[in-house]
Design a protein around this ligand. Structure first.
Ligand SMILES: C[S@@+](CC[C@H](N)C(=O)[O-])C[C@H]1O[C@@H](n2cnc3c(N)ncnc32)[C@H](O)[C@@H]1O
Length: 216
């Protein structure tokens, strides 16, 4: 039986999924060779690509099984809700749709973690569902992983479903419940923790750069 992270993420899956250009997008948006705090880093899918691009990374996750697969970065086993790394970073990355949590209080707790770890002139890079996200139940392939959305429900901006994965002969599942955020809702969440939207980093609107409100 594969290890499963506390949030239900299968470790084997995140060990096998390839990086999909996330690190290159981050690299384009930040100064060369900077130090990045990556929250919810998993098995290092994005971490390893950032290291290869010349950045230093401190990776935080509450799954020690995930972090055990990371090589070349600092790792901290901790909950994103409460982690205190004890210093600030020029860049904080929160990928993987944490900003799409259905509960605004929880979203703001994650964003507050970003805010208290970013330098006053630093950048917070956030990945959420793209604006044009549409469900597809077709099978597709990412590296060695076959995947599909096995079931799906939508009620307005509230979405839920079950992903099915085939990897190394194993069948893995992951249930998600999320909320598609409007720009106004994201702006309100950012404002609540002392951040503000600076720009969108990709055409599909999945990645947002936020900065401390006081930054010029
Ligand atoms: C969907 S995986 C994505 C991992 C990585 N960002 C990637 O894109 O490959 C989400 C990761 O966040 C971690 N995670 C989820 N909730 C967390 C929390 N509250 N505190 C710390 N880590 C958490 C999980 O253990 C998992 O490794």
């Amino acid at each position: 039986m594969s290890d499963i992270a506390p949030d239900g993420s299968p470790v084997l899956l995140y060990a096998r999924l390839p990086s999909l250009g996330e690190a290159e997008l981050i690299h384009e948006a930040v100064p060369p060779g900077c130090e990045i705090l990556e929250l919810g880093a998993g098995a290092g899918r994005i971490t390893h690509a950032l290291l290869a691009l010349g950045h230093r990374v401190v990776a935080v996750d509450n799954s020690s099984a995930m972090l055990a697969l990371i090589r070349g970065a600092g790792t901290i086993v901790a909950d994103l809700e409460t982690v205190d790394v004890g210093r600030r970073f020029p860049v904080v990355v929160l990928a993987s749709n944490f900003i799409n949590d259905r509960d605004p209080g929880t979203r703001r707790i994650y964003l507050a973690t970003c805010a208290r770890h970013v330098l006053p002139n630093g950048q917070v890079l956030l990945q959420g569902f793209p604006r044009d996200w549409t469900p597809s139940t077709e099978w597709s392939d990412l590296g060695d992983v076959r995947l599909r959305l096995r079931s799906f429900e939508q009620d307005g901006d509230r979405i839920s479903g079950e992903m099915e994965y085939r990897v190394d002969g194993e069948q893995l599942f992951h249930i998600f419940e999320s909320k598609l955020l409007s720009d106004d809702e994201l702006d309100a969440d950012l404002r609540a923790v002392g951040l503000r939207r600076q720009r969108t980093l990709d055409e599909r609107g999945a990645w947002t750069e936020a900065v401390p409100q006081a930054r010029s």
